[in-house]
Design a protein around this ligand. Sequence first.
Ligand code: KOT
Length: 828
Amino acid sequence: HIGPSSPPTHALAKAPVATPQHSVDAFVKVFLQELNTGQGVTLSRSTVNDQYLALARTVRQYLMTRWLETSRHYAESGSKAIGYLSAEYLLGRQLGNALLATDLGEVAEEAMRGCGLDLARLRAQEVEPGLGNGGLGRLAACFVDSLATMGIPCIGYGIRYEYGIFKQSFVDGRQVEQPDPWLALGNPWEFPHPEASVQVNFGGHTETYDDGGVQRTRWVPDWNVVGVPYNYMVPGYHNGKVNTLRLWSAKATNAFDLALFNSGDYPEAVRAQTFAENITKVLYPEDSTPQGRELRLQQQYFFVACSIRDFIERVLGPDFDLHQLPERIIFQLNDTHPVIAVPELMRILVDERHFEWDEAWQITKQCFAYTCHTLLPEALEVWPTELLGRLLPRHLEIIRRINADFLDEVRASFPGDEQRVRNMSIISDDPNSSVRMAFLATVAGTKVNGVAELHSQLLADKVLHDFDELWPEKFTNVTNGITPRRFICLANPWLSELISDTLGVGWVTDLERLAELEPYAQDPDFRRAFREVKQKAKVHASDILRARDGIELPPGHLVDIMIKRLHEYKRQTLKLLHVVSLYEQVLSGEITASQLQPRTVIFGAKAAPGYWMAKEIIHLINAVGSVINTDPRLEGRLKIAFPANYNVTLAERLIPAADLSEQISLAGLEASGTGNMKLALNGALTIGTDDGANVEIRRLVGDENFFLFGLSEPEVAALRDSGYRPRQYYESNPQLRAALDLISSGIFSNGNREAFAPIVSSLLNEDRFMVLADFQSYMEAQLRVREAFADEEEWTKKAILNVARCGFFSSDRAMGDYLREIWHASAI
Ligand code: KOT
């Protein structure tokens, strides 16, 4: 039972407390109160962490009434909500975003100054919640931001990992991982609700029983854990709305260890508890390559079971008629990680609520939609039936029945085509019996979407081709987007101010209005102002890199940025070969250092700890950096900067400083990319392949404002089919050969010629991602960059046009697309 036992009589108790006033005095008062009563310290004795926590709690107070009001409003309206199911939310720091959403930035700054404190210093105290690996998790964070800003009822459901993405450092140029104890200094942004905990079962077996003449099945699990929800505010921008992100934390149940305690086996009881709590202990650091580990499946089922039960029992309540479920919720599956939600909802409807199978399936099918984020075959999740059946025996039975019914449908549509039936089966026997989660998601989802036009096309034409033939109406595209609040307003206050001074402030929630900047590309004063903005961003990034990593950004350099996970398909090695080749050309006297366009290449990248080749590539980047950064022959005209531990906070600092954005994946493999959008919207020009959302960026900004190179996806397919032999490129291209030979010479490894042999040999002999095939084209595109950058005015025009023409890439637009095409929900 929740809620007061008798109706309130006191007038003040009938409504949520009033929001504190939007004034410096009021702010200071709340802040000091929070310091004293929340932290138990006086200002004079407080630490920076005390001050940060009190400040966060102060801002929280300004959001609280809005949060309570938003929840009440949604509940009363009875409208359809989005349940965004995502195993990752890469949120980034919260304080700045909360200040922006509430328009309290200046008030807070002055209030802190009045207390003798520096707002920037307190903001720097916040440890970012790194509850995601990369693009997929950051996208989820952008989407919930947009939905709150658009006033759409949405609950983001996910996992409260005790340890987020690992902290990266470099030792002798090699990546070393450390745990990320992000909660250690206290987390002022979360609200635990143990009273709303949910039990989650695992293991055991199923049995049938007679229920008054009806044969039913039930699951008899043999262990369970409890999910404790932690609520986070998701503030809308300047709209008085605050949505909820609900992250689940695993706790041992009492039943779990009571028997063991009673038997006197205390160490075993404690071990059992640790076992339960391991479920949400740590984020899996794989990106685009799932690891088939039992604990990972436990995580997936854990958060999804908690979330569905939470929505049905707490949000809708016991009296709700689940026939109407599709009118109240659509669960968006952020890739296949939450797909086990499908059999879970079926289990609830059939086993617990006693729906007929067909009716339950009709309901379930309307409640899910699936977003696919990859095309890499090795990234498509499959679970061995042995494991799934051991952990979730009832779910496996349900999946088998879904599959059997589905395959009957295939047979009816394609009589006699048993090969097709085998190809489409959710359960595959090749090589071992396993469940193909993308197929399950496709069968269950009302819609299946890719994340950029090209990707959606390839999804329907290749990976899920048979499904597209069966149900063409299911397949759709929603090109990704990014939130302008974090990635323009917060990250780039200088650009934001220039835009607002020019257009007014409406662009922040209506990003297509950036198009109105277009004529200003012709205005020399505006161009000068635009360059000053870039200059300020570079100085700021430089200050950050100096303080954080001891890295100097030389003034006047072209800032060339490649920031993304380290993955062979993304081709950091291609970027590196460009740098090595320039170096080699200077060493060999082919060009003089003075002919180089002064340039700093900034890398930011984490490698999955178990991805050996990616870690070797990190080592090579650092090795090349330490040689060229100190070689006087380059006269300081070429530099590599590789700050460790690239994360959202660092991205916000680097992106505004970029002149050139590297989006150089092998065509057909980067589903969308979102860094490409962030960089273009901050006035960087893209050098890129025809891949992912690059295709749409180029179409919008125009060929003349984009440096295209490399094979197209059909060319990649054709080259692969005709037999790709990378060594031919090495043998026929002297520049490429010289660059690879320089790496093999040992110059970057103190004379050790073997140090980077695995990388070179992998490129020469296999080169799965066709780095060598695209090398020449990339070098030529970089020459065009060099030439274009030399003309400052023309470059500035191009940069302005990139900003003006990329309004499409707002996540507000993406959310609009999902609402119209997939969710059929609207603002209330
Ligand atoms: C991870 C594990 C399994 C399947 C897919 C992934 C995945 C895909 N993780 N991140 N992605 C990226 O998602 C972004 C958002 O859609 C895309 O922009 C990017 O191209 C994907 O690589």
